[in-house]
Design a protein around this ligand. Structure first.
Ligand SMILES: [Zn+2]
Length: 211
């Protein structure tokens, strides 16, 4: 569970042979920095017991590690949260992304945040949103007391990042030639790369760690 802190440098497409190694790195900082001991214990324990679930679960925590609410989806994704589940601002939301469960190899890493995830954090002014897959933990923290943007600005940043990541993936495949490996690496890093770009543009703290 120890997070390895390294530079924010993502493995470049030029060393795709080391893509799996590169993905092991934490980007941007230790995910639980600043947590109280009870919060760290509680949230990591919850995440570890749900990271291999085949439907989405979401939980809301306060700084002291109290779980204020918990919901389970009936489907693989789209778990819902309701206003009564989030009694105040600046709480921490965590949920699992089951997608990686259904793949072997590099694809088992699973996906980083969707646009809907980012908007959920904004809607409730949560201080952080986390997502866990069977092998990884992703986190986005706001900077300061608010996310500093509108829902529309998030959509725009996300859309621009999507276009850039898609174009870069296409240009890489054109150069290297299409293969299953190239395709898998493109898909498994797709949302991660988008999150990095969006977080950089909007001034958020995005990180990813193994475990
Ligand atoms: Zn999600």
């Amino acid at each position: 569970m120890a997070a390895e802190v390294t530079s924010a440098r993502e493995h470049s497409t030029a060393n795709a042979g080391n893509a799996v190694r590169g993905d092991v790195r934490t980007v941007g900082g230790v995910t639980e920095n600043g947590y109280s001991a009870p919060l760290k214990r509680a949230i990591l324990s919850y995440e570890n017991s749900h990271r291999r679930e085949d439907v989405e679960h979401i939980a809301v925590y306060d700084d002291e590690g109290n779980q204020l609410s918990h919901r389970k989806s009936k489907k693989q994704d789209e778990v819902n949260l309701y206003p009564k589940d989030v009694p105040r601002e600046s709480l921490i939301l965590t949920h699992n992304h089951p997608g990686g469960l259904f793949h072997d190899g590099v694809m088992s890493i699973g996906n980083s945040f969707s646009l809907e995830d980012m908007k959920l954090a904004l809607k409730y002014n949560a201080k952080e949103i986390r997502a866990v897959t069977p092998r990884y933990t992703f986190s986005i923290k706001r900077n300061g007391d608010s996310w500093g943007v509108t829902s529309r600005q998030i959509s725009k940043a996300f859309k621009n990042a999507e276009a850039r990541v898609t174009a870069e993936g296409q240009s890489y495949a054109d150069r290297i030639g299409f293969s299953k490996t190239v395709d898998e690496r493109y898909h498994v890093t797709y949302f991660h790369k988008i999150n990095k770009l969006v977080a950089k543009e909007l001034g958020w703290n995005y990180s990813k760690k193994k475990g």
